[in-house]
Design a protein around this ligand. Structure first.
Ligand code: ATP
Ligand code: MG
Length: 217
């Protein structure tokens, strides 16, 4: 099976698209995806539309340095759920770049690798929710991040970001259809025996039930 056929690629490579052409505008959606939910998918789809992106690459984190490792689901489960959730959309693909890298995950390493894989002429758009963008803006190496990609911050219910003080031309704030869904809430609902149908894609509900994920606190 070819990489194009699965929509999956390994190690930050930049695969040619089905029609053989190379993408020129590429979105990167990083996340823990524990589990992936419709808030992530709507944000990616809307940003792809607004910015005329050729593709959006979902990058599940390896060992998020901000999160307690014991509490994060094994990366292989998060990766598989991301593949299942994006499989139907020919514009979406999933990259193992972060889960195959050892040590803590840093977005800067990922963007450097993506930039090297795609070359200097491809425009990269790093897609985040308002909460994640707020955190990124406080990093010390933020200037290099902004040189590697254009950052797109999406509104998210409960998280607000104002455009005052944002670096000129480096960050866009966009309105996406607001879905008040979080992975934390999905995990809690599973643990309490509450439904997560329609908060996440059907295949994710089934994967979670099949594997017994999130039953333990
Ligand atoms: P958790 O509750 O475990 O932190 P999460 O729902 O915040 O999970 P993440 O994997 O942490 O999901 O988020 C990945 C990216 O998607 C982040 O940039 C985050 O801001 C964004 N995001 C998550 N949920 C939404 C949503 N409902 N609407 C818009 N953006 C979202
Ligand atoms: Mg989060």
């Amino acid at each position: 099976m070819t990489q194009q056929a699965t929509g999956v690629s390994h190690g930050g490579s930049a695969p040619a698209r089905r029609d053989g052409s190379a993408p020129t505008r590429v979105g990167i959606m990083g996340g823990t995806f524990d589990p992936i939910h419709h808030g992530h998918l709507v944000a990616a789809s809307e940003v792809a539309h607004l910015f005329g992106l050729d593709e959006v690459v979902f990058v599940p984190t390896g060992h998020p340095w901000q999160k307690d490792l014991d509490k994060v689901t094994p990366s292989e489960d998060r990766y598989l759920m991301t593949v299942i959730a994006t499989a139907e959309n020919p514009q979406f693909r999933v990259d193992r770049i972060e889960i195959d890298r050892s040590g803590p995950t840093y977005t800067l390493d990922t963007l450097r690798q993506m930039r090297a894989a795609y070359g200097p002429d491809v425009e990269l758009f790093f897609i985040t929710g308002a909460d994640a963008l707020g955190a990124i803006l406080s990093w010390h190496n933020v200037d290099e991040l902004f040189d590697l990609a254009h950052f797109v911050g999406c509104n998210r219910p409960g998280h607000h970001l104002s455009d005052t003080g944002l670096p000129e031309g480096k960050v866009s704030l966009v309105e996406v259809p607001a879905l008040a869904i979080s992975s934390t809430e999905c995990r809690e609902r599973v643990r309490k025996g509450e439904p997560i149908w329609y908060l996440v894609p059907d295949g994710i509900v089934r994967y979670i039930h099949k594997t017994g994920l999130y039953l333990e606190p």
